[in-house]
Design a binder for this molecule. Structure first.
Ligand SMILES: Nc1ncnc2c1ncn2[C@@H]1O[C@H](COP(=O)(O)OP(=O)(O)OP(=O)(O)O)[C@@H](O)[C@H]1O
Ligand SMILES: Nc1ncnc2c1ncn2[C@@H]1O[C@H](COP(=O)(O)OP(=O)(O)OP(=O)(O)O)[C@@H](O)[C@H]1O
Ligand SMILES: [Mg+2]
Ligand SMILES: [Mg+2]
Lengths: 260, 260
């Protein structure tokens, strides 16, 4: 059974998509088989890996609303060292899903059922890229996951939003998915020259303690450049600090999950 | 009648809240009376102006779901030169509004009705801070506004999202609010040392032409610092490039709207 991790934060622009793509790539380079599920109607994980969204005739929308089998939707992306990343891509059709899911029975469990309907045992990890909201799509991700990875940009609004996110997570654990855990909080876009960054990083570590992952992702312009070429950071510039820190993160998560 | 402008972009973290707060402050310093409506459950416009969200017993939620009169919800914020900003604050209760609005008659027009139920003629401008999604809350903002101001971060994903936003806007104009116009696209977080910024800025100007506002908002760390003190940029550091550019933006909008 793969480990399913939802990458989530209702604050926008904190590095959810950047983390999903580059953590998936890092884990793949370390020998793991990884499936990305793009659950964001913006489809940034999809385009960030070079897939043309307008050409898609099968996407996460079909998986959720039309009961299409996931193996029909999955696409394979080649990265360096002959490794591959697998993705269930998204397109703008998905923005209608929130309203369409609303009328369905057990509307929070639609994604969970879609994943359990297929044999995904070949994968070690499933990473879900969530939209910046606590909508029904995101609740579906909570219900379908083993744990949550929360990117936290080192700025005031992102830190402030954590209290609300924490409350929501506790509600989900109580009412929907009692086995849901926190994989960790990931500090992103850290700039050591910037006082607000240092303050936020230390406040988040003081409050959330061991839940904060050791790996810190620095601000690195290469991470903002690579999606415009449809490449993960390792195929764009494997020696930059962005690539090194996402490889560190991949190692930390493998270790945390007992080597698997 | 005030001019109502929704500040919107489904891409997260592009500077919607930063623009609402500092444009409202800039317009106020130039003698206009401005009301902010915080329509984002995250409540960043509310906390960015120093209001403690947990102490709120009246918020945008009450306005939309309980038909409370807007004058009961509005709070007044003092800024420099004895000027004031008015805000209809938000708190996390609002995250339930999307689902609660869903079952109401004419669910897209709830905010429009709430604004028309009161006499807001004392205001020159109403600025609506939208959440990073094309949810029912955002559709309500589209239906209640005269025009849209779209902040565009100078990065790949923010630019890529414009095509989808453009389609949604055209649908809204066709089906819900035929008089809706584009106030302008605002390039934000521009860093002249960064190639991707320059590429995105020129591509957005080439594609959207005169719809792109002349004022460009540069990346300026003071704009990221001031919300943690609950202050607008003019009260935090009135001489910094962030303050100057938001004052320029205020002047450009006043001119564009015939001096009013
Ligand atoms: N460590 C980093 N250094 C520099 N830029 C980064 C870094 N991480 C992400 N970015 C850039 O910051 C922007 C926001 O990141 P990203 O889109 O991954 O966030 P997100 O949380 O997925 O956003 P949304 O809430 O819209 O889904 C993007 O333009 C991305 O390229
Ligand atoms: N011009 C700027 N220079 C530097 N930092 C900025 C600038 N504009 C905004 N920021 C910072 O970038 C982050 C994102 O901005 P902001 O929260 O205003 O975006 P938003 O679009 O409202 O986000 P959301 O989609 O979550 O509502 C904030 O931490 C803010 O302080
Ligand atoms: Mg994203
Ligand atoms: Mg905001």
């Amino acid at each position: 059974m793969p480990k399913t991790i939802a990458v989530v934060n209702q604050k926008g622009g904190v590095g959810k998509t950047t983390t999903v793509i580059n953590l998936a790539a890092g884990l793949s380079l370390l020998g793991k088989k990884v499936l990305i599920i793009d659950l964001d109607p913006q489809g940034n994980s999809t385009s960030g890996l070079g897939i043309e969204k307008s050409s898609l005739n099968k996407s996460t929308y079909n998986l959720l609303i039309e009961d299409m089998k996931i193996d029909e939707v999955i696409r394979k992306i080649d990265i360096k060292e002959n490794k591959k990343i697998y993705i269930c891509p998204s397109n703008p059709e998905l923005s209608g899903a929130d309203i369409e899911l609303y009328d369905l029975e057990e509307r929070e469990w639609i994604l969970n059922k879609a994943l359990n309907n297929s044999n995904l045992d070949e994968f070690n990890y499933i990473l879900i890229d969530c939209p910046p909201s606590l909508s029904l799509l995101t609740i579906n991700a909570f219900a379908a996951s083993n744990s949550l990875l929360v990117p936290v940009q080192c700025e005031f609004y992102a830190m402030e939003g954590l209290a609300q996110l924490n409350k929501t997570i506790n509600l989900i654990i109580e009412r929907i998915n009692p086995s849901l855990e926190i994989e960790g909080l990931l500090l992103t876009m850290f700039d050591s020259r910037n006082n607000i960054c240092k303050t936020v990083a230390s406040e988040v570590r003081n409050f959330f303690k061991e839940k904060v992952l050791n790996t810190l992702i620095p601000k690195n312009v290469k991470l903002a450049e690579c999606p415009s070429f449809g490449k993960c950071i390792f195929d764009y510039d494997q020696h930059c600090i962005g690539a090194i820190s996402y490889l560190d993160l991949s190692k930390e998560l493998i270790l945390k999950n007992g080597g698997s």
